[in-house]
Design a protein around this ligand. Structure first.
Ligand code: MG
Length: 387
């Protein structure tokens, strides 16, 4: 019976604080190339929770779209001034949307939810109306005012994490009845309403990202789980009359340009295919069909940015791109730095991680006869192991 009951994961992501530094609220900061909120949502999905609602702060709609992309989740719920107001707004929105049997209320700033914790919480709801993950306190605790005071008996204390699981109707009623000062979690509100709150074993992976070093550590932990992939790209375009010559996103003064459906930037096409190849996403023609009129004359920088976005959406990182232009003319030298800078900008990488080289074919073949330009590229990308 319990398996068929609607269970909603309610992610509270309405904070405006940036205690960790930076200019973004912490749930929108990026670790491993993606927002903290996107990590939290993905882990809840991976734990088997498909019905996910997010509460954001007023005015954070654009940040939410940027963090989650379009269409992945229902529209966000707008929260209130305090965390509990936001949680309450979320519960009311779920109630208006048909209600639920169970709800897991979770803070976005704890992105790495282990499936085992979700399993323990939901199992506990078979016998309780509320359940929270807790960890023991291992440090000595003491009262601190102007100087160090009495130690506090830590064996009676636990650290309370989220997600916190509740039967839906009682926690909604508890929020509606709450009249105390701002509560920092929902278990306080549940207990005040007389609900018995079960404790299940928490997990160190659920630590809240609070300080700058927390974000650095999380980023490093994600990077350590990435594996390298290499992609190759190759492209050719023929010279044509009356065309502009674009190479690596830079317009090159030259008597002849390249023919193609887009701007025919052969170098960026090879790089796009290398990036797509590293993540097994087909080739440029799959994503930007030549039959589609919207790409006529399109700047090929768009294609490179699209490939970068696909890699980021997978939690991947681009380490390096190396490309070779194959032609007798023009000479690459005068434009090499500008091209590297432009590609680095598209990929959001330092220019030192972009290499652009050139070679001739000793006047042999179609490039040697000056009929067109060829380019090849290799991209090194790291992806999460399970991709
Ligand atoms: Mg092409």
């Amino acid at each position: 019976m319990a398996e068929t009951e609607r269970t909603v994961a309610l992610v509270v992501a309405a904070g405006s604080g940036s205690r960790a530094g930076g200019d973004l609220p912490k749930q929108y900061r990026r670790i491993g190339g993606r927002s903290v909120l996107a990590h939290a949502v993905d882990r809840l999905h991976a734990a088997g929770l498909d019905d996910i609602r997010v509460v954001i702060g007023a005015g954070q709609e654009a940040l939410f779209r940027d963090a989650m992309g379009d269409g992945r989740l229902p529209s966000p719920i707008i929260g209130g001034a305090e965390r509990q107001d936001s949680a309450h707004s979320g519960l009311e929105a779920i109630a208006a949307d048909g209600g639920a049997a169970r709800v897991l209320i979770h803070d976005a700033a704890r992105p790495f939810v282990p499936p085992s914790v979700v399993d323990r919480l939901l199992a506990a709801l078979d016998g309780y109306e509320a359940a929270v993950p807790v960890l023991p306190v291992v440090d000595t605790l003491a009262c601190a005012e102007s100087s160090l005071g009495e130690a506090v008996a830590r064996d009676l204390l636990v650290r309370v994490q989220t997600p916190q699981a509740f039967r839906f109707a009682p926690i909604l009623a508890a929020h509606r009845a709450w009249s105390g000062p701002p509560a920092t979690d929902d278990a306080q509100i549940a207990r005040a309403a007389g609900l018995e709150v079960a404790m299940v074993e928490g997990d160190a992976a659920l630590e809240k990202l609070t300080y700058e070093q927390d974000f650095v550590r999380a980023d490093q932990a994600l990077a350590a789980r990435l594996v390298a992939r290499t992609g190759l790209g190759f492209d050719v375009h023929a010279f044509g009359e009356g065309e502009a010559l674009w190479l690596g996103g830079i317009r090159i003064p030259h008597p002849r340009g390249l023919k193609g459906h887009s701007d025919a930037d052969v170098l960026l096409h090879a790089i796009t295919d290398a990036l797509l190849g590293a993540i097994g996403e087909g080739d440029i023609g799959v994503h930007f069909p030549p039959s589609d009129p919207q790409w006529r004359g399109a700047p090929s920088s768009l294609f490179v940015e699209h490939a970068r976005a696909l890699i980021e959406a997978r939690g991947g990182r681009i380490d390096h791109v190396d490309a070779t232009l194959i032609c007798e003319a023009p000479q690459l030298g005068p434009y090499r730095d500008a091209i590297r800078q432009h590609i680095a900008g598209l990929l959001r990488l330092p220019a030192a991680r972009i290499s652009v080289k050139a070679t001739t074919t000793e006047r042999l073949g179609f490039t040697g006869r000056g009929e067109g330009i060829a380019a090849q590229a290799a991209a090194t990308v790291r992806l999460p192991e399970d991709e």
